[in-house]
Design a protein around this ligand. Structure first.
Ligand SMILES: Cc1ncc(C[n+]2csc(CCOP(=O)(O)OP(=O)(O)O)c2C)c(N)n1
Ligand SMILES: [Mg+2]
Length: 566
């Protein structure tokens, strides 16, 4: 047993054994000489901890974040000092805003050199202070088990999030005899009886209640229990912005997603609601349409705010009732509640009917309709499929037309971080080799992390990538046309041949320019990915005027010019 070896173990060996004890099965990394003992220790865990060798730390950190989203366990990422750490920061910030459990290990200079601005030295406590739940530096080899155990607890407790541990070189090279710690335990926070009674009373008195689900920490079981509760109390159920995996969208009570790009009918429903039951969501800027749908600090609706972190309750909104509870514990508790009076199902049915109307493709300019394509993808993919996106207007299409089916079916950064889709798809395929994984990527978004295609090739991951080629940073163009009509500048770019690019990585590439050619290309891509275990890409060329479902750049420009002339 390494733990009782009288000769002791080095810091790298101790650390890697802790990760194994905490249930880590995979680590995402870019090697660096600053943490060699950790890399070497991977030799002792072959078959138990799989190192995924990435191409850039931004990609590695995104993959680790996606692992955290998919499993609810911290995604682990190893990067080297300064340059590695700065590259990884986007994944850390994503984990922070998205409330995703993650642990980032960063190499650090030897303690003897600290504060001299030694080679690649950064004080990570200052650097990452605002984008992580906790940053620490492990200064003593014998305390590695303690710090790692605390890191896993912090990352997963309350509102989950990222933790950074800096590893001074001498901490890793030092050799000590120290006991390992067992797997971390998560403590659930249960809603009290009084909380539930008060909630039930408020719900039964309400005439137009709406439930909004969001945040992180959902499981399929919890979603099922929430569905039972919604059915009994006849509540329309919505999901927060980009939290599409929080509910089964085939459910007859599903009423759509809330936030940017939402259905105006649902917007009106929430504005006119007399009670909002928000479960797990922070009700952030994007979800609340810049704090207007639900106003800060005093909402017009009665707000019941259920959140796993008591510090989030009363932070931005004054709720009528705040309930601090883990989402799984809350779902279990309400799954068995019986209403004493029956609300009729009309509102929930009407809300679902309105949602279903949005699945009908809207008209768009040019020979290729993104709406029709996204609706086709929705019909073809099995329920279990995982759809990933980064940020850009193209993401509005899968999010409007795909019906997601609970945890593990959508990966979307609520941070709005570009370049997320491909690394997230890679992480999803590693975790669920039998699931179909489809990455939607804008041409801009894709080019932010396309180097990770090397990972898909190396580990033989049959993912399907849909690249939306409009030759522009479309989202920003839309903003420019609205604010500064007819003055578009610094928005277009030259694209490579995406088909040749994917071929260089051993994958298959196709180009589609007309709606009617998409089904065959998509079928071929799925077949190739499934049979060859390599990525397949379909480049979709379309009229850049079509900027969002039912919206064109020319219409935005015309409205802006019209407004100017008044
Ligand atoms: C890392 C990062 N950089 C910049 C932005 C700002 N931004 C948001 S969307 C967008 C354009 C996205 O372009 P593309 O991926 O081509 O999608 P499109 O909007 O054209 O569909 C930009 C630059 C961002 N959200 N994230
Ligand atoms: Mg684009």
């Amino acid at each position: 047993m390494a733990g009782t070896d009288i000769a002791g173990r080095n810091g790298g060996q101790i650390l890697m054994q802790q990760l194994r004890n905490h249930g880590v099965r995979r680590v995402f990394m870019i090697p660096g000489e600053s943490y060699l003992p950790c890399i070497d220790a991977l030799n002792e865990h072959v078959g138990a901890i799989q190192p995924i060798v990435c191409r850039q730390e931004g990609g590695a950190a995104y993959m680790a974040e996606a692992y955290g989203k998919l499993t609810g366990e911290p995604g682990v990422c190893f990067v080297t000092r300064g340059p590695g750490a700065t590259n990884a920061s986007i994944g850390l910030h994503t984990a922070y805003q998205d409330s995703t459990p993650m642990v980032l290990f960063v190499g650090q200079v030897a303690k003897a050199f600290l504060d001299r601005e030694a080679f690649q030295e950064i004080d990570y406590r200052r650097m990452f202070g605002q984008v992580s739940k906790w940053v620490a530096q492990i200064d003593a080899t014998e305390r590695i088990p303690e710090y790692v155990s605390r890191a896993f607890s912090v990352a997963t407790s309350g509102r989950p999030g990222p933790v950074v541990l800096a590893l001074p070189e001498d901490t890793l090279w030092g050799t000590v005899v120290v006991d390992d710690l067992p797997r971390y335990r998560r403590a659930a926070l249960h809603p009290g009886r009084q909380d539930l009674l008060q909630m039930q009373a408020l719900l039964e008195r309400a005439e137009r209640p709406v439930m909004i689900l969001g945040g992180s920490g959902w499981t399929s079981q919890a979603v099922g229990q929430i569905a039972r509760f919604a059915h009994r109390f006849n509540l329309p159920v919505t999901v927060a912005w980009r939290r599409l995996e929080c509910f089964d969208q085939m459910d007859p009570h599903f009423a759509g997603h809330v936030g940017w790009g939402m259905d105006p009918a649902l917007e009106a429903r929430i504005r006119q609601a007399d009670l909002v039951l928000a479960v797990g969501t922070r009700l952030g800027e994007a979800t609340t349409l810049a704090y207007s749908l639900i106003e800060s600090p005093m909402p017009r609706q009665q707000l019941i705010h259920v959140h796993p972190d008591v510090g989030e309750i009363g932070r931005v909104y004054t709720p009528m009732l705040g309930i601090a509870a883990s989402l799984t514990a809350f779902a279990e508790a309400v799954g068995n509640l019986e209403p004493s009076s029956l609300r009729d199902a009309a509102q929930a049915q009407q809300a679902h009917a309105e949602y279903l109307r949005n699945l009908e493709p809207l008209p768009s300019p040019g020979p290729l309709s993104l709406d029709a394509i996204a609706a086709h993808v929705n019909r073809m993919l099995p329920e279990s499929a995982c759809v990933t996106v980064g940020a850009g207007n193209y993401a509005l299409y899968p999010h409007r037309y795909r019906q997601f089916h609970g945890p593990g079916t959508s990966l979307a950064p609520t941070l709005g971080a570009m370049g997320y889709g491909l690394p997230a798809a890679i992480s999803a395929k590693l975790e669920y080799p039998d699931k179909e994984v489809v990455c939607y990527a804008g041409d801009g978004c894709f080019q932010m992390t396309l180097q990770e295609l090397g990972v898909a090739m190396q580990y033989r991951l049959g993912i399907v990538i849909l690249v939306f080629n409009n030759g522009i940073w479309g989202t920003i163009r839309a903003h420019q046309e609205r604010e500064f009509p007819e003055r578009a500048i610094a928005l277009d770019f030259a694209n490579p041949s995406f088909a040749q690019l994917i071929a260089a990585y051993g994958g298959q590439g196709q180009v589609v320019e007309r709606t009617e050619d998409f089904p065959a290309a998509f079928a071929q891509a799925r077949a190739f990915a499934a049979q060859q275990h390599l990525p397949a890409l379909v480049e979709i060329r379309y009229d850049p005027d079509g900027i969002a479902p039912g919206e064109t750049l020319s219409a935005i420009r015309a409205r802006a010019l019209g407004a100017w002339h008044h």
